[in-house]
Design a protein around this ligand. Structure first.
Ligand SMILES: C[S@@+](CC[C@H](N)C(=O)[O-])C[C@H]1O[C@@H](n2cnc3c(N)ncnc32)[C@H](O)[C@@H]1O
Length: 244
């Protein structure tokens, strides 16, 4: 699978991530070239390399080579939590959306090294991926760990977890499906609670001990704790029937 190219600037919509150079280090390029075909799903894009064409579709059973309960992770970064969580769930299929190509390459390398086979990656915007590629009511678990916090008030509109995205994501969960989130920003945790509490398809549930104990500590969590920030783990369960 060929490496993504940085494309010329086009009209930009508001997105939850920083558009950065896709330049990879040699070991990342090697992982992408050697193992990309095992994990990366090619999807047609619009004008930017992180976009997804509205008519794009995925054949998930073909992509995973089986039918199994589906987990979706949004923004796994280099996969510090994804690799361990997926390895501990061989009976589930994990579909990850990550926009930053060097992180994806590192994730691919880690999955190959650990021989984790139940993960597929779309290197594109999760908001578009959920909308176009993931069927309604098809997801058993959705993971959103340490999404970019966009702490400045003028950037809050870029936060992933807002009302529109919450409705989209909740609709992708099957009844009883669970959305797990974590953030080390008090203010973002508050926003998540407000938005998700207000979403009629979701019901909050307590997280035992205040932290999902299976979730490995990542660099982002460690950095937040070192800076004196508290980590908030949230969990919401999908109830009722679907809506779009
Ligand atoms: C702060 S990092 C956290 C990484 C990882 N979840 C962890 O806990 O270590 C946020 C990640 O989400 C990715 N990201 C942000 N918005 C995204 C989106 N809309 N679609 C896919 N990936 C996204 C970023 O590229 C980045 O890798």
């Amino acid at each position: 699978m060929s490496e993504p190219q940085v494309r010329e600037r086009v009209h930009r919509e508001v997105v939850s991530y920083v558009r950065r150079s896709a330049r990879m280090r040699p070991n990342q390029r090697r992982a992408w070239e050697q193992h990309g075909h095992e994990y990366l799903l090619d999807v047609p894009q619009r004008e930017t390399s992180t976009s997804i064409a509205p008519d794009a579709r995925l054949d998930l059973p073909a992509a995973f080579g089986r039918s199994a309960p589906l987990v979706v992770e949004i923004g796994p970064g280099t996969g510090e939590s994804l690799v361990a969580l997926a390895a501990a769930r061989p009976g589930m299929d994990v579909l990850a959306f990550e926009v930053y190509a060097p992180a994806v390459a590192q994730l691919v390398g880690a999955l190959a090294r650990e021989q984790v086979r139940n993960v597929r990656i779309v290197a594109a915007n999760a908001a578009e991926g959920l909308r176009h590629l993931v069927p309604e009511a098809s997801v058993s678990e959705l993971w959103t760990f340490f999404p970019d916090p966009w702490p400045k008030a003028r950037h809050h509109k870029r936060r992933l977890v807002g009302p529109g995205f919450a409705a989209l994501a909740a609709g992708r969960l099957g009844p009883g499906g669970r959305w797990r989130l974590a953030t080390d920003w008090d203010d973002y945790a508050r926003q998540m609670r407000e938005v998700l509490d207000a979403e009629p398809m979701l019901r909050p549930e307590p997280v035992t001990g205040g932290r999902w104990d299976e979730r490995p500590v990542t660099r982002f969590e460690a950095r937040g704790v070192a800076a004196g920030r508290a980590v908030h783990d949230l969990s919401y369960v999908r109830e009722g029937a679907g809506r779009e």
